[in-house]
Design a protein around this ligand. Structure first.
Ligand SMILES: [Zn+2]
Length: 476
């Protein structure tokens, strides 16, 4: 038997690492006792379904193809938007393009070596699918808190219902969902027939950050509940047959910032003569998505229109960043700089303006947005450091302990690191995290800048071991 024979991954959706101290004592102690990657980052856009696919595949969106939570499909821009929250949309995506995800998942790679994986997923059905998109084909299991209709492996839902009772209500903050998730983990997933990799995805504190506010009492309750569930999971691991041979990864997928002003970007575009809309039809000739960031896709290919849109965006005080082909749009940063090089990627995307100003409760990080949550609620998707900085701690038998490592790390490193713990390697965009010895080299930080007229933006990246990581970006 090797040093590690089981891996347990617990994801706290949306958890900013600077919110842990004083609110999540078990997680704080875990991070302090083990190896904490203090400079770990999300991907772009910093949105859950994009992140889920990056965790699963070890790839950037440019390779896995889930380029946004919601995106219009190049080549079929007259067709429906792909809303990745919905299982039906993802199944339809496979029919429309031949694949949901265009890179192999951790589940597939494990299955090829005869290893198992189980996911307990408590976010949207779509996110649940994206943590292991081939789950049915490879004979693994994904439980969804939304029931049998929300997973490709419905038989596990019946098993959970028999052990843990009826599914909980989805009240916000999702205290009941979090408590139930802890029970599914400890009473089903870790109790018998434990998979080689168990992934537990908690929906909090993301939901309460969004709808109650990052600073709110509801968010504090959600973090306390998530911490209690984590304590139960750690207890079950320690008491289980594999306790001393289990690696535990505690992480989040992205952070959040507080929304400070709601901007009607579509209305502003229309007022200036651009026929933008969220769906094809009527006079719309530019498809747009929104939030803290979004995409613009002219329905008919039009380099001139893309240039005009880029120029217009840079004249708006509410816009923070613009990504497009710089040969087409002067002042834009290239899409390749944020790994958005997929055939599904939009020709132009924007990030709303944000900074590190203290928001409600004195918590740093605020930005303007185009909708999705109540004003003052938390949001994410952009490249603000408080959206990008993720929680990432690893406890490995015989691994580094009691250390904070400031080397860059990201969601793309999870799959190759898990594989390495089983003595396997995989062709991913990420690297095997330095769990046993610190990196021999130091990371190199580079800042890309681009400007046009009065608009100037920058993107900070870091590279180590031949990998490039996104650190933060914004308007200068
Ligand atoms: Zn969210």
């Amino acid at each position: 038997m090797g040093e590690v024979d089981k891996v347990v991954i617990v994801v706290f959706d949306g958890l900013r690492p600077d919110m842990i101290a004083g609110r999540m004592p078990t997680l704080a102690a875990f991070l302090g006792d083990n190896l904490w990657f203090g400079n770990a980052r999300s991907v772009f856009p910093s949105l859950t379904r994009v992140c889920s696919a990056s965790v699963s595949t070890g790839a950037w969106p440019g390779r896995h193809g889930i380029v946004n939570n919601e995106f219009h499909l190049n080549g079929d821009l007259g067709g429906p938007v792909v809303d990745t929250a919905g299982l039906d949309h993802l199944v339809a995506l496979a029919e429309r393009t031949g694949a949901i995800v265009t890179a192999d998942s951790l589940g597939q790679r494990l299955a090829a070596a005869g290893r198992s994986m189980m996911a307990i997923h408590c976010g949207s059905a779509g996110s649940g699918l994206l943590v292991n998109h081939a789950v049915r084909d490879v004979g693994q299991r994904t439980f969804s808190i939304h029931g049998a209709e929300a997973t490709l492996t419905p038989e596990i839902v019946a098993e959970v219902l028999a052990t843990c009772g009826p599914l909980p209500a989805q009240d916000v903050p999702k205290l009941d969902v979090v408590a139930y998730t802890g029970r599914v983990a400890t009473e089903v997933a870790l109790a018998q027939d434990q998979a080689d990799v168990t992934l537990v995805w908690l929906p909090e504190p993301d939901t309460s950050f969004h709808f109650c506010g990052i600073h709110s009492e509801g968010a504090n309750q959600a973090m306390a509940a998530a911490d209690a569930a984590f304590a139960e999971i750690l207890g079950a691991v320690a008491d289980g047959a594999h306790g001393s041979h289990t690696a535990v990864i505690a992480m989040s997928d992205h952070g959040q910032i507080a929304t400070s002003a709601l901007i009607d970007l579509t209305g502003l575009l229309r007022a200036d003569g651009f026929r933008a809309g969220e769906a094809p039809g009527g006079d719309t000739d530019i498809l747009i998505t929104g939030g803290n960031m979004g995409e613009l896709r002219p329905i008919a290919p039009d380099r001139g229109l893309i240039a005009d849109l880029g120029h217009w965006l840079m004249q708006q005080g509410e816009i923070g960043m613009v990504f497009a082909d710089p040969e087409m749009v002067a002042g834009a940063l290239p899409l390749s700089a944020v790994h958005q090089t997929h055939v599904r990627s939009a020709p132009i995307s924007y990030v709303m303006r944000s900074d590190g100003t203290p928001g409600p409760g004195g918590i740093p990080g605020i930005g303007v947005y185009t909708g999705g949550v109540p004003l003052g609620g938390g949001m994410h998707g952009g490249l603000n450091r408080y959206e990008m900085n993720i929680t990432l701690g690893v406890g490995t038998p015989a691994g580094r302990r009691g250390e904070i490592d400031d080397a860059p790390a990201s969601l793309i490193d999870i799959a190759p690191t898990v594989l390495s713990l089983f003595g396997m390697d995989g062709d991913t965009d990420g690297r095997v995290l330095p769990l046993f010895e610190p990196d021999a080299e130091t990371a190199r930080t580079t800042t890309l800048r681009a400007a046009s007229g009065g608009f100037e933006q920058q993107l900070v990246r870091a590279s180590i071991a031949g990998r490039d990581y996104l650190i933060e970006g914004g308007r200068v």
